[in-house]
Write a protein that binds this ligand. Structure first.
Ligand code: PBG
Length: 327
């Protein structure tokens, strides 16, 4: 065999050759930055399990959003932490609620320069920590929750969200929200459906970030998906597409690369993936100990998420990587 060792290595020889033949390119355009804004604080509060991230005040959120936009990041997704919580999660739809106030300020100062995505859920706002309203039996009441999601969607759109992103995994949530938005004159507000969202232990640091504890040590397995299932994810996505989703999401990302790939093959809408708080925290914790190179590992993971088929990736590494990618 003549020169067998050259067969595959010929095109790996130099950085320029590798760049020329790269099948997957990660750029700032792929990144969506999740941000937290908290009511009733006068300076940003660091989130211990998410190094580098804060619960922002409205002014510090504006500064951070401008910085990210300046780095070329096209979109952010916003989560709110209200000063008080109640059984209905009223802060989620209050026109003076923290996310609505923040969205109004963001859209006034950034306009369409940055895509403002509002996470649409109740768990940050309910005192019991569930993503919906509880019925008399203590279980999450799907249809009563949809009525609340409709109010939240309209409040977020009115405040300036370009995209609302329902993350509560109630059945029929996309249809309900689409109908509410259209009925209130927000036909151009898009819906990013957390279509295949698994019940995952990787959301732990996020729950610190939004001060959520589920009542009685409960979990979300009665509405989020069982990680054992892939076909069920395709059924979830099909429903959300039929109900009018404009973009669909798979979450968490790394543990579900097969799901991302399957969704990409079957549907022709933009597919997003969420590299969640636990995925971020694991890399950060190991990097802080000097056990691995955090930016290099994060880049490798995001490239694989993109290679699996995601068009856009929600990631807590967005700011850090935008710096590295443009520098
Ligand atoms: C629900 C919501 C969650 C996340 C995004 N939206 C938490 C949950 O379902 O428990 C998790 C995101 C992350 O871990 O980074 N509003």
């Amino acid at each position: 065999m003549p020169f067998p060792q050259q067969r595959m290595r010929r095109l790996r020889r130099t950085p320029a050759l590798r760049r020329l033949v790269a099948e997957t390119r990660l750029g700032v355009d792929d990144l969506v930055a999740p941000l937290f804004v908290r009511e009733g604080i006068d300076r940003p509060v660091p989130i211990p399990s998410m190094p580098g991230h804060h619960q922002h005040t409205v002014p510090s959120l504006l500064t951070e959003a401008k910085r990210l936009s300046g780095l070329g990041i096209p979109a952010l997704v916003l989560f709110g932490v209200p000063a008080t919580k109640d059984p209905e999660g009223r802060g989620a739809s209050d026109p003076d609620g923290i996310v609505q106030v923040a969205l109004a300020e963001l859209s006034a100062s950034l306009g369409d320069e940055l895509v403002l995505i509002a996470d649409l859920c109740l768990d940050e706002y309910t005192d019991h920590g569930h993503c919906g309203l509880l019925g008399p039996d203590g279980a999450v009441d799907n249809d009563a929750t949809l009525a609340r999601y409709r109010e939240v969607a309209v409040a977020q759109a009115r405040a300036g969200a370009a995209v609302v992103a329902p993350s509560g995994m109630m059945d029929g949530q996309v249809a309900a929200i689409r109908d509410a938005l259209d009925g209130a004159g927000f036909a151009s507000t898009a819906v990013l459906a957390y279509a295949a969202k698994y019940a995952s232990a990787l959301y732990g640091p996020f729950r610190d970030a939004v001060d959520v504890t589920i009542v009685g040590g409960g979990d979300r397995r009665s509405y989020q998906q069982d990680p054992a299932n892939r076909r069920e994810a395709l059924a979830e996505v099909a429903l959300d597409v039929a109900e009018g989703a404009d973009l669909v999401m798979v979450k968490p990302a790394l543990t579900n690369l097969d799901v991302i790939a399957a969704v990409r093959r079957r549907f022709d809408l933009p597919v997003c993936a969420y590299q969640v708080s636990g995925e971020f925290a694991m890399v950060k914790a190991a990097a802080e100990r000097g056990w691995l190179d955090g930016v290099a590992v994060a880049t490798e993971q995001l490239v694989s998420i993109k290679r699996a088929g995601a068009e856009a990736i929600l990631t807590y590494f967005a700011g850090e990587l935008a710096d590295a990618l443009s520098g």
